[in-house]
Design a protein around this ligand. Structure first.
Ligand SMILES: Cc1cc2nc3c(=O)[nH]c(=O)nc-3n(C[C@H](O)[C@H](O)[C@H](O)COP(=O)(O)O)c2cc1C
Length: 207
C-alpha cells in the first residue's frame, strides 16, 4: 500500500514538510509506503478550462508536476495534501496544481482515502483546511479524520516540532489513515464499490 503526499509549500523542507513527515512516520510504522512529492517553487499555471484533459486524461500544460502526479495518484492507495496558509487559504500554487490534478480526472481517484494538512504561523488554518477538503469530497474520496482539524503552527521546522498538539494530530492522522487503508483493503473482495448513477448535471435553471 502506498500513500502519495503532496507538499504544496514553495519551501521543500519547511514546516509543511515537517508536518507531512510526522504523518509519514506513522504510516511507515504501519507498513504503508509513502512518497512526498514537492510541487516546487516555480510558476504553476491555473486551469484554463480547455477541456482537453477529458479526452487525453492529462493536462495540456507540461511545465510542472501535475501530469506526473495524475499517474502517481492513480496508482496510489491514498493521498495527503499539505499546504502553508497564505491569507487564510491554501497557497495559490497548490490550488492551481490541484485544480488541474482533479478537474475532469477525479473519477480515477474515487474511494482512495485522503486528508489535508495545513501549517500556519497563527491564523486561517481552518479556512485553508476546509478549502483543501473540497477536492476530496467532490471526488468520492473518503476523508480521513484525526483528533483535531489537521493544522500545525509555527514559522520554522524547529517551532513545528515544538507544537505538541499539532504533531500529535499528525501522528493520529497517520495511524487513522493506515487503519482505513487496511480496512478498505480487507473489504475489497467482500464489499462491492457503491453503484454509480449516470451523472446529472444541472445549473439550477428551469428549462
Ligand atoms: C503570502 C503569505 C501569506 C501568509 N498568510 C498567513 C496567514 O494568513 N496566517 C498565518 O498564520 N500565516 C501566514 N503566513 C505564514 C505562513 O503560513 C508560514 O510561513 C508557512 O506556513 C511556513 O510553512 P512552510 O515552511 O512549509 O512554507 C503567510 C506567509 C506568506 C508568504
Amino acid at each position: 500500500m502506498k500513500v502519495l503526499m503532496i507538499n504544496g509549500s514553495p519551501n521543500e523542507k519547511g514546516c509543511t514538510y515537517t508536518a507531512l513527515s510526522e504523518v509519514a512516520g506513522q504510516l511507515n510504522q504501519q507498513g504503508v509506503e509513502t512518497q512526498i512529492y514537492h510541487i516546487g517553487s516555480g510558476a504553476i499555471a491555473g486551469c484554463i478550462n480547455c477541456g482537453k484533459c477529458a479526452k487525453t486524461g492529462y493536462c495540456i500544460f507540461n511545465e510542472d508536476g501535475v501530469n506526473e502526479c495524475i499517474d502517481l495518484l492513480s496508482q496510489a492507495d491514498g493521498l495527503v495534501v499539505g499546504s502553508p496558509v497564505y491569507y487564510a487559504a491554501p497557497t495559490g500554487q497548490i490550488c492551481a496544481f490541484l485544480d488541474r490534478l482533479f478537474f475532469l480526472k477525479s473519477h480515477k481517484y474515487a474511494y482512495k482515502p485522503a486528508a489535508a494538512i495545513v501549517n500556519c504561523r497563527r491564523g486561517g488554518a481552518s479556512a485553508a483546511y476546509d478549502r483543501l477538503n473540497k477536492y476530496f469530497t467532490i471526488s468520492s474520496m473518503p476523508v480521513v479524520p484525526s483528533q483535531y482539524w489537521n493544522s500545525t503552527h509555527g514559522f520554522t521546522p524547529e517551532q513545528i516540532r515544538k507544537d505538541g498538539e499539532g504533531m500529535q494530530t499528525m501522528r493520529t492522522l497517520g495511524r487513522n489513515m493506515a487503519w482505513m487503508l487496511k480496512c478498505f483493503d480487507l473489504a475489497k473482495d467482500q464489499v462491492p464499490l457503491p453503484e454509480k448513477e449516470e451523472r446529472i448535471s444541472t445549473h439550477f435553471i428551469m428549462d
